[in-house]
Design a protein around this ligand. Structure first.
Ligand code: NDP
Length: 445
């Protein structure tokens, strides 16, 4: 059996109850076959065995009191996956589905993604099964304070720097930052995604969505094409979806869908900037449901459905993992979709990815296409360390250059290993080599 096969067997035995983690590890390891066969040092140093095992997992109780005076308890988790190239870095997710396996998959992906950004950041991820939906601001604040009371023992500007993810935006980062500062009596860049007045970076809220569109534009350029005039489907309606639409509009494309966990809207006229402003108010302030968009703008609402049945040139999955199954991928491809740029983490199941690769469409996997978010978090860390702030244009320019660099690394690595344009292969190999070589340099730790 090959080295990859042996390690995968061990991972399956050891993590049998964590399907998302196994899915992520299988995808990465299978694309490393050629690299580890060519370079024996990885096997000699047991790099694969080590890279699939988090350096540390922290699980803790998060007690809090709801508005009716009831004591409630959630579970808090932080996965500190790999610190070979920098402090652990990765978001915090608040969603009822959160468990150790999901956070391990996200932390594992983050290791390779952060490596691709060209910035010195290790990989981590955290979160809780707390559901912010339907909670008052005070309940969210009490929860965040309790969560940070424990988490603060484990993180720090040079140790582990969390950010937002599903269910964690500017409001939650604010409450957590406030509690960290109060407990530690220090004002440091311990979290990213902060608001501007207290250490945040311009363009951080926009960065993941903008980055996914920049990545699509880079892929299109390899075919002498561009986003101009492209019809795009977008899933989700949160942070990533909103800024994906904003950038597509800037580049002359047209987005026709949005969704949330209740259903999708289809606006064939396109979600222009004015309609997008309505979505931002609806989702970020009123915290309402996407159906209200269809009511307001008199367009189609597809209850309980994802948007992949709508004809498009480019798809930007921006909601959650495994949201494009094999049938969805077939429908997308049959309808002529030829670009998939993943704003979400692991939104396509393996059968969907097989179809994209077989058809040789332009497919940007999440760890490359959505790396703009964490890259700009890295830029926020730099600004905090320097105690200065850069202009919007400066940060956006750096983000664009980073996305171009990620695209180039993926393309170069895929060419070096004989499958030019296979961005899955390219992203996994380029992300891996830097981390693996650093682990070897640092000895058996
Ligand atoms: P938000 O919480 O802002 O928005 C998430 C959106 O996805 C909401 O519309 C939500 O609908 C929908 N959604 C979430 N879970 C599900 C589900 N199980 N089924 C259907 N719809 C769902 O999160 P973000 O926009 O920040 O994150 C979206 C994706 O992008 C995630 O995969 C995240 O890991 C990834 N990502 C985010 C980054 C960032 O900077 N924020 C960076 C890199 C990746 P509802 O409100 O109904 O739950």
């Amino acid at each position: 059996m090959s080295y990859v096969g042996e390690v995968l067997e061990g991972v399956k035995k050891r993590n049998a109850s964590e399907p998302e983690f196994l899915q992520a590890v299988t995808e990465v390891l299978e694309s490393l076959e050629l690299v580890v066969e060519k370079h024996k040092k990885y096997r000699d140093n047991a790099i694969l065995e080590r890279i699939v095992e988090p350096e540390r997992q922290i699980i803790f109780r998060v007690p809090w009191i709801d508005d009716k005076g009831n004591v409630r308890v959630n579970r808090g988790i932080r996965i500190e996956f790999n610190s070979a190239i920098g402090p652990y870095k990765g978001g915090i997710r608040f969603h009822p589905s959160v468990n150790v396996g999901i956070l391990k998959f996200l932390g594992f992906e983050q290791v390779f993604k952060n490596s691709l950004t060209t910035l010195p950041m290790g990989g981590g991820k955290g979160g809780s099964d707390f559901d912010p939906k339907g909670k008052s601001d005070n309940e969210v604040m009490r929860f965040c304070q309790s969560f940070m009371t424990e988490l603060s023992r484990h993180i720090g500007a040079d140790t582990d720097v969390p950010a937002g993810d599903i269910g964690v935006g500017g409001r939650e980062i604010g409450y957590m930052f406030g509690q960290y500062k109060r407990l530690r009596n220090e004002f440091t860049g311990v979290l990213t995604g902060k608001k501007l007045n207290w250490g945040g970076s311009l363009i951080r809220p926009e960065a993941t969505g903008y980055g996914a569109v920049y990545f699509a534009e880079e892929m299109l350029k390899t075919k002498n094409d561009s986003m101009k005039g492209k019809v795009c489907t977008v899933s989700g309606s949160g942070n990533v979806a909103q800024y994906t639409i904003e950038k597509v509009n800037m580049l002359g494309g047209k987005c026709v869908t949005l969704s949330d966990s209740d259903g999708s809207i289809y606006d064939k006229d396109g979600i222009n900037d004015e309609k997008l402003a309505f979505v931002m108010e609806l989702k970020n302030v009123k915290r309402g449901r996407i159906k209200e968009y269809a009511d307001k703008f008199k367009c189609e609402y597809l209850p309980g459905k994802r948007p992949w049945g709508i004809k498009c040139d480019c798809a930007f999955p921006s909601a959650t993992q495994n949201e494009i199954d094999g049938n969805d991928a077939k429908t997308l491809l049959d309808n002529g979709c030829f670009v998939v740029s993943e704003g979400a983490n692991m939104p396509s199941v393996p059968e969907a990815i097989e179809q994209y690769l077989a058809k040789k469409i332009l497919y940007g996997p999440g760890k490359a296409a959505n790396a703009g978010g964490v890259a700009t978090s890295g830029l926020e860390m730099s600004q905090n360390a320097l105690k200065m702030s850069w202009s919007r244009e400066e940060v956006d320019g750096k983000l664009l250059n980073i996305m171009k660099a990620i695209h180039k690394q993926c393309l170069d690595a895929s060419s070096e290993y004989g499958d030019a344009g296979n961005y899955v292969l390219g992203a996994n190999i380029a992300g891996f080599v830097k981390v693996a070589d650093s682990m070897i340099d640092q000895g058996v730790v």
